[in-house]
Design a binder for this molecule. Structure first.
Ligand SMILES: C[S@@+](CC[C@H](N)C(=O)[O-])C[C@H]1O[C@@H](n2cnc3c(N)ncnc32)[C@H](O)[C@@H]1O
Length: 222
């Protein structure tokens, strides 16, 4: 059962370089997040799988004042986030799982970026989504970015991704990475993702962004 994906050593230290290389338009997506969520019913944000703090960075810089809680099971990723935000009173960071966060505290917005494809669809995806929904007020906005698509769609979009990668990458490295995405990660189809979200207590999600295999989704807690 795949419940947590461990990010440590070079995977943690080289993380920011990694996303910039392999996820075309990711910085654009991150930069627009505070604007996208500016009319949510509140500014209490939960960043699930916050990693090194890429999402948090954008909300800290936003013109509105956000109160931000970031959580991630990897101590090495949280350490990097903590180095960036230790002097921000409005940012709290936790090492652990969402299920370990107190249930009484409810948030008005949550994000889950590049996490769900690491968890299997034998209960772990659904449990994570339910754990998030349980910590949101009714009507809270929820944004996801994830590798999404059925087998054929992923195959086709991996060909697109290959064209969008920066020049100068090692051919073997590209093949290994694309093969890992196709064969080892747990992407689900758009229909299945929608089903999982609704079963977890969210409205039918809207796909509002796509960059090859990566799709951005927006929904609300029912
Ligand atoms: C690809 S990184 C994404 C980090 C950050 N969201 C970003 O976009 O830069 C995936 C993160 O998910 C975390 N993770 C793995 N399993 C998780 C789980 N069950 N719940 C929450 N986060 C998890 C990893 O530790 C890692 O930091």
């Amino acid at each position: 059962m795949k419940k947590v994906e461990i990010f440590e050593n070079e995977r943690a230290t080289g993380y920011n370089q990694f996303v910039e290389t392999w996820i075309p338009n990711y910085n654009y997506f991150l930069d627009r997040l505070p604007k996208l969520l500016s009319d949510a019913n509140g500014k209490e944000l939960l960043v699930v799988g916050c990693g090194t703090g890429n999402e948090i960075e954008r909300f800290v810089k936003a013109p509105e004042h956000w109160t931000i809680t970031g959580i991630d099971p990897s101590p090495e990723m949280i350490k990097q986030a903590n180095d960036k935000f230790h002097n921000h009173d409005n940012v709290k960071l936790f090492t652990g799982l969402v299920s370990e966060l107190e249930i009484e505290k409810k948030y008005s917005v949550a994000t889950l970026l590049l996490v769900l494809h690491f968890l299997d669809d034998n209960g772990n995806k659904l449990n994570l989504l339910k754990d998030i929904a349980d910590r949101l007020v009714s009507g809270a906005a929820f944004v996801m970015l994830d590798i999404t698509g059925d087998k054929n769609q992923i195959k086709q979009n991996l060909k697109v991704l290959r064209h969008l990668l920066p020049d100068g990458l090692d051919a073997e490295q590209i093949n290994n990475r694309l093969s890992r995405i196709e064969n080892e990660l747990f992407a689900v189809s758009e229909e299945r993702l929608s089903e999982l979200l609704q079963e977890a207590g969210f409205e039918k999600p809207l796909r509002f962004f796509q960059s090859s295999i990566y799709m951005g989704w927006l929904t609300k807690k029912k």
